[in-house]
Ligand binder design. Sequence first.
Ligand code: HDE
Length: 732
Amino acid sequence: MTANHAPHEPTEPHEPREPHTPLPPPPDQEGPETVSPTGQATGEDPARVAQSGAYLTTAQGARLYESDHSLKAGARGPVLLQDHHLREKITHFDHERIPERVVHARGAAAHGVFRSYGTASRVTKAAFLAPDVETPVFVRFSTVLGSRGSADTVRDTRGFATKFYTEEGTFDLVGNNIPVFFIQDAVKFPDIIHAGKPHPDREIPQAQSAHDTFWDFVTLHTEATHHTLWNMSDRGIPRSYRMMEGFGVHTFRLEAEDGGTTLVKFHWKPRLGVHSLVWEEAQIAGGVDPDFHRRDLHDAIEAGAFPQWELGIQTFPDTPEQTFEGIDLLDPTKIVPEELAPVQPIGLLTLNANPKNFFAETEQVAFHPGHLVPGIDITDDPLLAGRLFSYLDTQISRLGGPNFAQLPINRPHAPVNDMHRDGMHQTAVHTGIAPYRPNSLDGGCPFLASAEQGAYVEVPVAVPESAKRRVAPESFGDHFSQPRQFWLSMTPTEREHIIAAYTFELGKCAVQAVRERALTVLANIDPVLCEGVAAGLGLPVPPATVPFADVEPSPALSQLGAVWPLDGRTVGIVTDGTTSTDTVRAVHDAVDAAGMVPLIVGPTGGTLDATGAPLMVRRTFATARSVEFDTLFLVGAPAPGLDARGSLDAKAGHLPADTPPVDPRVTLLLNEAYRHGKAIGGTAGAAGALRAAGLPEDAPGVVLGDDTGAVLATLTELLGKHRVWQRFPSAL
Ligand code: HDE
């Protein structure tokens, strides 16, 4: 038997023949220890047990001598039913899939750590929020509507669910990237989801809100207006999971050591800022790289550009009214503007390890807003109440029974002694004979804890005295003032994007009455919005049916204006295979040193070695598409060389005579990057490629020159603002 491979040692091209023990999982990927009912470790980590020994075996551990052929009556005879290995292998395969999540089916996740600043300790006794406590976390991001295999970049809300494995038990913060929700009462959840999901007859469209049933529902049910407006804004198409905010949405109640309570809303603030795709980019990415966000998260973590978010809270006095500045804190369709209640940072989340097995971790992780720890309690938000039921219930059908908390990714890091027994997929071997209490036969174990010993004790909030009724509070009836506030808080460019999004989505609706009703809703938000969309649809502008609320804009809602770090941003270094590789390398290394990801794009695969030291090509003109790059740097004169294709463009006669032939794929790359507001830099020789693409050299955000350091410095500055916003002229 040989020694194990070092983890990254290149493997041999042929199948190794000599048996050796399987590689152990890297330390950060080991599952937490299994703990018995009496708090003792119950043996080996199942992740290891699942793959031990050097030989291929049946599920029962019998070694196999052959696994490529079924057992047959002779080489050409029938396959025999007695082939237990065939039957076991196929049967297991037949059951490999579990039901996908009914919502949030498409997701990507990462491991990380949360370090608390301790600033929350004045309002909560939660131990993981005490100063400098580090808590392991697992975070899953998701889209809502699409199936497991749907594209990442669709227009949708994104899930942002965090599992904190605290010493007092697991706390799940199951939030979204949009701070409000479509409905105010859980009983409406099947309605909004049925409306958003594909039509039940043809099961289309996939992962889209641009269809009649969605718009039918949200225009009849106007409490959805605020969330829908956020969806139609750039928030609906994030550039990256790393560049989204997260929100707990509901108001929670924190309890301090002295029993004092505070109402709070949770916010995640990304260190990289909040950035979005432009719609055409999102659509192209949906085709050329449906895994765009999943890949981005994975690659950033692999490259060591660990994404970070600050967790913050808005705090409000816990008054009997549960309102703040007139805003009903129990209404999940309302925000509290940050200008009224600043977000106070309480800790830092860093995602630093990718899952090793998608199914075991990302797919099997089970979140639940009812996973709470002492110091964090719920409020009477009626949407939250329904969620407290739904998440536990859904895991039972999705994960096949009530024992899903035993799956490695779901196991609490606190000792578990719950007296639950048996059930489907029970993997613990419980000991003792008295899983009930009170008992004397197991020595009275386990014991109840007092609040001082860390028991979860609900805050004894008074319940309002009232008759049972199926009604909502009056304040829940205001559906338009905050959508108007959001609209007024947007910059002209963001407003243009919103108008374009509504026009696209409603343009995809076939039913005229739905489009007309949608315009009536928009008329109640703002006339400019309504007129813009009506013009695009070719429909008359209806009058508003409610008076406009007198609201102040909240500048914190706009994504534009600030300058952000560039960690993990992708720079496409496009070259032609004839330029000195030393020049290309210099640009590559400078990009790398700036914390960004340099990707060399060449005419073909392999190595560039025109002059200078050889350099590997990472993308070719055939595999590169603009959406992958945040900015382009053209080195040399890409790309004469592919004469046959390149000269086609020049011959077409629409270019100046001195225009060099340029590969049309490079032209496309440049055109798309330009249209999507991306900065484009290059050496002086790249001017011809820009001309061939019909782009002016002096356009905003285009910078050429042979001082590559200076060009990169300008590109970096532009990229800090995310896009060259001047390329989106706005009439608004
Ligand atoms: Fe969810 N939601 N939800 N939701 N939700 C689920 O639980 C549900 C709501 C959110 O990465 C399901 O395990 C109801 C708001 C995220 O695994 C299900 C209602 C918010 C995820 C469920 C809501 C969310 C889910 C599907 C209205 C933001 C993905 C699979 C009362 C605060 C978690 C599952 C992951 C998933 C029910 C509304 C966020 C069916 C009934 C509001 C991020 O239980």
